[in-house]
Structure formats: structure tokens, C-alpha cells
Design a protein around this ligand. Structure first.
Ligand SMILES: [Zn+2]
Length: 140
């Protein structure tokens, strides 16, 4: 992952805070710019709590995977397709299910690679299939 402000790498810091009322020590993980890009010493990108970052990444994944509406729409078309026999329809439906499962697994794997900093955000995005390609796969 890269900083949107300066393109520098993102790093995580764990901070501890004492809850005044209870005295309990809580840990918070923040992701923030490492400020390692020359000329960008004063990058103003604010730190982001881990939970918020994860929510943002989940949104990206969501926008690249198949929506429920489209899934239902595809099922409807197949169910009313007169050219297919019942057996062929069943095969196609099974294949669709598998495709969707595969795509979901792939998304999850990519997400964990991204969060572990194993791959860059650019590579991550490249590996996700564009939505229209996913549609083509489903309509085979
Ligand atoms: Zn930055």
C-alpha cells in the first residue's frame, strides 16, 4: 500500500492508551505514511486506524466482486432460457456457483496479500478481474 499524499510506503504503528475511567490499557493500531519520499518530508496525509483501513479495502473488494443483484439476474436468465434443457441448466448453475466461489476465494487471498504488504495496491487491483470479465465468465 502507498500513501495517497506522497506515494511513500505505509507503515503500521501500535499505540497504547490508558482509559481514564477504568485504568485499562488499550492498544490501537494505526497505518500512516512513512515519510520516506525525498521532497515530501511534510506529507500531510493523516494516520488511519486499522479498522477504518480494513473497511476501505473491503469496499474496494466489494466493488470488484459480483453483486447479489447481478447474480440473481443471471440466474433468472438461465432459468427462463428455452434453448437449454433442464440438465444443461443445472450444469451451468453449478458452474456459476463454482465461479462465484472461486472469485470470492481469490478476492480474500488478494486482500490478505495486500494487508500483509506482500503485494502493492497496484498489483492487487491488476489481479482483480474487471467486472465485465467476471460477467463473461458467468455467462459461459
Ligand atoms: Zn505521505
Amino acid at each position: 500500500m502507498r500513501c495517497a499524499g506522497c506515494g511513500g510506503s505505509i507503515t503500521a504503528t501500535e499505540k497504547f492508551k490508558q482509559v481514564k475511567s477504568t485504568g485499562e490499557i488499550k492498544s490501537y493500531t494505526y497505518y500512516h505514511c512513512s515519510h520516506k519520499v525525498p521532497g515530501y518530508k511534510n506529507c500531510a496525509a493523516p494516520p488511519i486506524p486499522k479498522k477504518e483501513l480494513e473497511a476501505q479495502v473491503a469496499d474496494i473488494v466489494k466493488s470488484h466482486s459480483i453483486g447479489e443483484e447481478f447474480y440473481k439476474f443471471g440466474m433468472k436468465i438461465l432459468a427462463t432460457n428455452e434453448g437449454h434443457s433442464a440438465e444443461i441448466r443445472k450444469d451451468v448453475l453449478l458452474k456459476q456457483h463454482k465461479n462465484i466461489e472461486d472469485l470470492e476465494k481469490k478476492s480474500e487471498r488478494l486482500l490478505s496479500l495486500l494487508l500483509n504488504d506482500t503485494i502493492s495496491e497496484k498489483r492487487y487491483t491488476l489481479h482483480l478481474l474487471p467486472p465485465d470479465l467476471q460477467i463473461n465468465q458467468l455467462l459461459i
